[in-house]
Design a protein. Structure first.
Length: 182
């Protein structure tokens, strides 16, 4: 019976959450500036998937949502950022386990910077986005570095929010959802 419940959770719950993540990514293309917000919001759906169905199902959900986003989203920059960074809520527990805390933060920032640089390398050199190239040329090196620094600060804030959201989900929202869907 437990295995049947787990399979149902994976098939139904993760499918709905993958659709929600994809919808959030699609909505991100409607609003200017949502290029950076949509991937962060879409990745939050991994929290209930990981808590209810486990990390393996959360990885499957992320893979499905990332592929759908890459195929369907008009904003390819946002879709690439989601594909490069969207799985962070799954990875976070492992990075939190690194001690001391300063080394953990440095590992998180190294992950973020490597993922962002890889995403933009794909955007500029593989997909050859003339729009992105023109934006970077127009911004200049100093502004691009400032944008990356700002991204690091936002990422640390996102990490802080995730640290607070997971216990909030487990402590308050999970019991309510379990009562509703019994």
């Amino acid at each position: 019976m437990e295995q049947e419940n787990r399979t149902g959770c994976i098939l139904h719950g993760c499918g709905v959450l993958a659709a929600l993540a994809t919808a959030l990514m699609l909505l991100g293309g409607l609003f200017p500036g949502a290029t950076y917000c949509a991937p962060l919001l879409a990745s939050l759906v991994l929290i209930p998937a990981q808590e209810e169905c486990g990390p393996r199902a959360a990885w499957g959900l992320f893979t499905a949502a990332a592929l759908l986003s890459l195929l369907l989203c008009a904003d390819k920059e946002a879709a690439l950022l989601f594909a490069a960074l969207g799985y962070y809520p799954i990875l976070k527990a492992r990075l939190d386990a690194v001690r001391p805390g300063l080394l953990s933060r440095l590992c998180k920032l190294a992950f973020f910077n490597a993922a962002v640089l890889a995403a933009y390398a794909v955007l500029l050199f593989v997909l050859v986005s003339d729009t992105a190239r023109a934006e970077f040329r127009e911004m200049g090196k100093a502004m691009t570095a400032a944008l990356l620094l700002g991204g690091n600060i936002v990422f640390l804030l996102y990490d802080f929010v995730l640290r607070r959201l997971r216990p909030l989900y487990v402590g308050r929202l999970q019991p309510v959802l379990r009562r509703l869907f019994r």
